[in-house]
Design a protein around this ligand. Sequence first.
Ligand code: ADP
Ligand code: MG
Length: 463
Amino acid sequence: SGRWARAMAILKEVEEKCGTPISKLRQVADAMTVEMHAGLASEGGSKLKMLISYVDNLPTGDEKGLFYALDLGGTNFRVLRVQLGGKDKSVVNQEFDEVSIPPHLMTGTSEELFDFIARALEKFVATEGEGFHPAPGRQRELGFTFSFPVRQLSISSGTLIKWTKGFNIEDAVGQDVVGELTKSMEKIGLDMRVAALVNDTIGTLAGGRYHNQDVAAAVILGTGTNAAYVERAHAIPKWHGLLPKSGEMVINMEWGNFRSSHLPLTEYDQALDVESLNPGEQIFEKIISGMYLGEVVRRVLSRMAEEADFFGDTVPPKLQIPFILRTPDMSAMHHDTSPDLRVVGGKLKDILEISNTSLKMRKTIVELCDIVATRGARLSAAGIFGILKKLGRDTVRDGEKQKSVIALDGGLYEHYTKFSACMESTLKELLGGEIAESIVIEHSNDGSGIGAALLAASHSQYV
Ligand code: ADP
Ligand code: MG
């Protein structure tokens, strides 16, 4: 019928506009490399902030003692304590607690958010088990993973540049987030020192390096997306401080804010961006990460309902609600292997209150999920390829095969199997033949938490 043809035309157009042929991915990777250089050359020189982390030494494995970590950067935050055994002993013991952030705190005041966090931390400290007591007279030390763009002032302080991922707490912008947390801890008499302020990419890099010395970069694919890597200090023209002894500096790229004319953007992305809390920003993040993938799918479905009566004569009201279709649900539909696509049917019914969907319609929806996820996965691979190019690790040099490990973490990477598989195969495709064997992607499970504790250890006041 005419309706079906119109729906298919919409789908076809999305497919074309989301296309990521290898030639395009190479252009994206080259643009990423160019922007990396520009961001390192001068402050504000690029959409890529290429933030200096003040981490100039990554864990060696010798870190020892009891340390805490706090991981804030999405819908949940986690607190953990880690007993590090020192040389050859690794992590002896760890415990964690996860707390979801009440949505009203994500757009309230700075004080409310940090008070809430400090109280959760206090509760966690109060439930300390055997083997987790700090040595007498020693202050508890904390690695704070705060995964929003921060201009670091030192390893343990930094001001918030802007919020992302659905957070919008105006009075916190420009404030030292460690100062804010410390104030809230002092208010309730919680005696803890923030020894390191990092974000999830740097934590993941540190956690990855602790286990594997070949780790060169870390990428997060979760609610948002970002990357960090180890740069040679003298390749950072905007750094005017002393050259670190190691000769290295970890750079927090903030690659979620990358954009380029080569990115395959659609009208749906444009509309999503305009209606977002941060229009014009985080464009790479908005086509790749877990917060947005399901929403892109919803927007296309909504158009198909409006203009092609895809779900019948009326537009299902639930389909009009922004962010109602979450990426985990999209992923569940995309992975549906049942012959009648009953997971797809169930999700449509439960989430969108659409019943009686035909198999043909369900197949179309799976195809749409595939188009949107594939674009995100292939662009993530292009981003990683861009980093490898910047590091000169994208080809075999002088016949020498240097192994490079990229530490990956985040709920999207971890749970959206088709996404991660596509990303990994695309990276191989970009690298080609020989070098592909020496580039390894490793899941750094909860690197961001452990990593922050490790960095707290190496920046402890007692070493
Ligand atoms: P955060 O990025 O908030 O620190 P995570 O790394 O745990 O937290 O990532 C959570 C995000 O991962 C969710 O917002 C969601 O988009 C995505 N995610 C979680 N589970 C799944 C899933 N089963 N399939 C696809 N995406 C998922
Ligand atoms: Mg996280």
